[in-house]
Design a protein around this ligand. Sequence first.
Ligand code: FES
Length: 218
Amino acid sequence: MTDDSKSTYPLDMPEPNDPPQPVTETPLPVSESPQPVAAEPRRNFLSKALAVVIGGIVTLVPFAAGLAVFTDPLRTRKKGSGNGDDDGFIKVATFDELPVGDPPQRFQVIDDRVDAWNMFPNESVGTVYLSRATEDEVLALNVTCPHVGCPVDYDTARHVFQCPCHNSSFKPTGEIDNEDSPAARGMDALEIKIKNKNEVWVKYQEFRPGTAEKIAEA
Ligand code: FES
């Protein structure tokens, strides 16, 4: 036999016709002590960043100071600060060394020589021929042949400039001496100044070889 009055629901479950039971909420456990904040990694990051910045400054400051010293002569070199005046003229000779009517004489042009990184004070930066036709008349010629750049000699017996490379010849005044000269122009005359009544100052320049036109090199 079966007992029909017996419920099929478990004892702790409400039966379908039971009134709704109030729901009791179980509070979640609350921690008694405050949770730790993740501050330590951030502090480490800032310390490392600060160390990198300080390390960079310590490295770069001496490097910059060394670079400034290394390039100082080039940075501070001003126009005319070598042997030249403000217009680029350099003292080359005096009248005492240039008797009137003498053959052209070679003189070195002494100035500071500068390349991309270095300055060499008081070196020869070029060579010129000087001659003095009258008391106040001085002629300066660049010794470089305008054909392809060999240094030109002066032949005192023939009274001409003679280039040893391809046989160009020039008059004492610098013009082309014969039609067979391969040079396309005469020797390059240079600007001069007379200072203190007997000093010959020359503006030394180099010019492009191989052209009929006289073109100053940069
Ligand atoms: S370099 Fe002088 S003649 Fe050629």
